[in-house]
Design a protein around this ligand. Structure first.
Ligand code: SF4
Length: 240
């Protein structure tokens, strides 16, 4: 296993992937698939409900490409695919190459993204089979959830790129009652449906695993605005 101090450059000069951890088997990170999950280090946003806040720093990396591909080599025929998650996988340029390489090995490739890197997303889309993209707020309200600037525009461009490419996708929205009102949820749902999104999941805020900066409150399926689920081919309320 490569150490964090090796994480940076590969012998051929390419920048290696900075990986915070690898989950060997998951059935929940890519609906319908048995996949391993590579949690990549680094994210420029600071959503207060982040479940992986320790991975926001690139310095959280403990593994590299070599570890991931050695692992995948042993799992040929045993897994459907690999999901690149994080952190934000597209905070690293090297994720594009890693997706291409994983596919060449015969794995399907999934991606979790916040949508913060639309240009990289456009370049990785030809190499992936499925995307789960966060839609964190109505576009105009985005920065109040991500605690970063200009994020709504980036996320909107990313969502449009996925829809234009026609890659299988799921949009998902984490709902904390202090961040999003019921009207916000309705507005997000209407916007997504109008853009042609067919699969949307609303995820109730889960306090465990966060920094604890938000009050420990959540929402329930009965809080879902009336008529919004019917706008989608597939709608799921995920409980905390
Ligand atoms: S975009 Fe994702 S990884 Fe980054 S801070 Fe928000 S929830 Fe955490």
């Amino acid at each position: 296993m490569a150490s964090a101090s090796n994480a940076g450059r590969l012998p051929d000069g390419r920048r290696s992937l900075l990986i915070g951890g690898i989950t060997p088997f998951s059935t929940v990170d890519w609906p319908g698939k048995l996949a391993c999950v590579a949690f990549l280090a680094g994210c420029p946003w600071r959503c207060p409900y982040c479940q992986n806040h320790l991975l926001q720093s690139f310095g959280a990396a403990t593994q590299t490409d070599e570890d991931l591909f050695a692992f995948l080599d042993q799992r040929r025929g045993l897994l459907d695919g690999v999901v690149f998650s994080g952190g934000e996988p597209l905070a690293q340029e090297a994720t594009i190459d890693a997706a291409r390489r994983a596919r060449e090995m015969g794995f399907e490739v999934g991606l979790h993204t916040c949508g913060g890197y639309p240009e990289r997303l456009e370049r990785i889309l030809p190499h992936i089979d499925w995307v789960g993209i966060d839609v964190k707020a109505p576009w105009a309200k985005y920065d109040s959830v991500t605690l970063a600037r200009g994020t709504g525009k980036l996320a909107q461009a990313s969502l449009d790129a996925i829809l234009d490419a026609g890659v299988a996708m799921e949009a998902r929205t984490t709902w904390h009652p202090a961040l999003l009102t019921s009207d916000d949820i309705a507005a997000i749902g209407q916007d997504l449906a109008a853009r042609g999104v067919r699969t949307w999941a609303v995820q109730a805020y889960r306090h465990q695993g966060t920094t604890g900066e938000l009050p420990n409150e959540t929402v329930y399926p009965s809080d879902t605005p009336t008529g919004i689920a019917e706008l989608f081919e597939s709608f799921e309320f995920r409980r905390a």
